[in-house]
Design a protein around this ligand. Structure first.
Ligand code: ZN
Length: 312
């Protein structure tokens, strides 16, 4: 049913779909593609182009407080699959991008955006802050090279794994002439500023909490109600989902949520791709509506135990 009483501008929701592990690629992405096509939704997908070492998650259970509780709440083995828990630790890692060319082609053919989500996702999350600049440079350049090798084009958007992002990463990413990158949590597009470096690549932060954060704080049944409430407080919202979660065991709830949004009608809500958001912001800037410069700091968010880059 259309809501014609609200004539103000609709909220635009940019769905950022991260495909982090094999089950996200093989089962989650096809399921999400089918749903998006039924509902007429376009979204932005991101994939790492290196090895899937999600088995490193096992190490985190032992080394990080709070992780076990979180994995239990998320029912980790059923969400990620037993294969994923050992991938890259006991079993040889899977290279998602090389295994998934058909599904990745479908993503692009169906009008969605496909961007780069780093090279080695879990290695990035755990180690990138400690690495010398040359090593970060090597990882990022491998990421771009592998993406291009398998997909025969360059990505226009980049998303740092786990929102782990710093001045060195920003400086290296600036050399790739990206349309935008999405490495932080925040409120609206901006140019990131660090004490030692100011980024030239437009930053489009994730503006809404992720479902795994909301589930830690709330019961499943009320988590989506809270998300909807937060969504309509924003005119432009970026929501990050994971193909292995929202396209996996979280699919029924995610589907219900999207359907309830679609019922509100396009006067209230529309969906679009992040690259179009970036192009629009850059066009606006040409008409002297300046994109702000903001500092980026590392911090924690409710429902999240590891710290992430946050627009301040
Ligand atoms: Zn990810």
């Amino acid at each position: 049913m259309r809501d014609n009483t609200n004539n103000s501008h609709p909220t635009i929701l940019y769905l950022r779909v991260d495909i982090d592990i094999a089950s996200g690629l093989n089962q989650g992405a096809p399921r999400l593609l089918k749903l998006f096509s039924e509902l007429g939704i376009t979204a932005s997908f991101f994939i790492p182009s290196g090895p899937d070492r999600s088995g490193i998650a096992i190490k985190r259970v032992i080394t990080r407080p709070g992780f076990l509780r979180r994995m239990w709440r998320l029912k980790a083995p059923s969400t990620y699959g037993v294969r994923a828990l050992f991938s890259g630790v006991l079993l040889p890692p899977i290279y998602l991008i090389s295994k998934g060319r058909d599904i990745l082609k479908q993503i692009m053919e169906q009008g969605h955006e496909l961007g780069l989500h780093g090279y080695d996702h879990f290695y990035w999350q755990d180690n990138i802050d400690r690495l010398p600049k040359e090593e970060i440079d090597r990882m990022i350049s491998l990421g771009f090279a592998e993406f291009e090798r398998y997909l025969s084009r360059k990505p226009e958007g980049f998303a740092s794994p786990g929102w782990i992002y710093n001045a060195q990463i920003a400086e290296i990413l600036d050399s790739y002439n990206l349309l935008y990158s999405s490495d932080c949590r925040g409120r609206a597009p901006f140019f990131p500023k660090f004490p030692e470096y100011q980024a030239k690549t437009l930053q489009i932060p994730t503006t809404l909490p992720t479902m795994d954060e909301l589930i830690v704080l709330r019961k499943n049944s009320t988590a989506y109600a809270l998300l909807t409430q937060k969504l309509f407080m924003q005119k432009r919202a970026v929501h990050t989902i994971h193909a292995e979660i929202e396209g996996g065991r979280g699919f029924p709830d995610f589907q219900k949520w999207l359907e309830s949004l679609m019922e509100m009608g396009d006067q209230k809500i529309r969906f679009d791709r992040m690259d179009r958001f970036a192009k629009e912001k850059i066009r606006e800037q040409e008409y002297h509506q300046n994109i702000p410069i903001h500092a980026v700091q590392r911090g924690s968010l409710p429902g999240r135990f590891d710290s992430v880059a946050i627009q301040s």
